[in-house]
Design a protein around this ligand. Structure first.
Ligand code: HEM
Length: 144
């Protein structure tokens, strides 16, 4: 009789151990290891997108900041205008429509426009400091 009671208590203990292992899995392993792992994987897959290189044909900023004259010459239109002034290259495509000098700026697209910038057509002389201060926001690199 006593032996049966002992056996029952051993099996009860065994059951309790099993239960505590289960709750360890449920309350420790899942929140501390599995959930962070799922979040990190989701972050890397969906949020942190890999950097893509832009092609040299569009007017986006290139990966390399050194731009050759050949590359510069590919951006010579109103819709895609890069110009170089004093060794720096600017993508002024988005500025053309608001340029106070109108479309005269297109004359400088795709080339070293330093002379044009410093000596505006129509005998207007150099651009005032205000024009100079607009330049940095359009800078995309240096002329090779
Ligand atoms: C390189 C080619 C460019 C040419 C041929 C050119 C030509 C001119 C001309 C002719 C004017 C005088 C407009 C007038 O008063 O009748 C002018 C004004 C102006 N340009 Fe340009 N421009 C060029 C590039 C730029 C760039 C790259 C910027 C700045 C990002 C710029 C900013 C300005 C500004 C702010 C004015 C008004 C200046 C003032 O307050 O009198 N231009 N431009």
């Amino acid at each position: 009789m006593e032996e049966t009671e002992n056996q029952e208590s051993v099996s009860l203990q065994h059951q309790q151990e099993k239960n505590s292992k289960k709750s360890f899995k449920l309350f420790f392993i899942i929140p501390t290891i599995l959930l962070p792992a799922i979040f990190v994987t989701a972050y890397l897959t969906f949020i942190k997108k890999p950097k893509t290189e832009s092609t040299s044909q569009n007017s986006k900023k290139p990966i390399s900041s050194t731009i050759s004259s050949e590359e510069l010459s590919k951006h010579s239109t109103k819709d895609n205008c890069w110009l170089a002034i004093k060794g720096k290259v600017y993508d002024v495509t988005s500025f053309i429509n608001s340029h106070p000098g109108g479309e005269t700026i297109i004359e400088g697209c795709g080339k070293d426009a330093t002379t044009l910038f410093l000596n505006r057509p129509g005998g207007k002389g150099p651009h005032p400091p205000r024009a100079q201060s607009l330049l940095p926001q359009y800078e995309i690199g240096e002329l090779e």
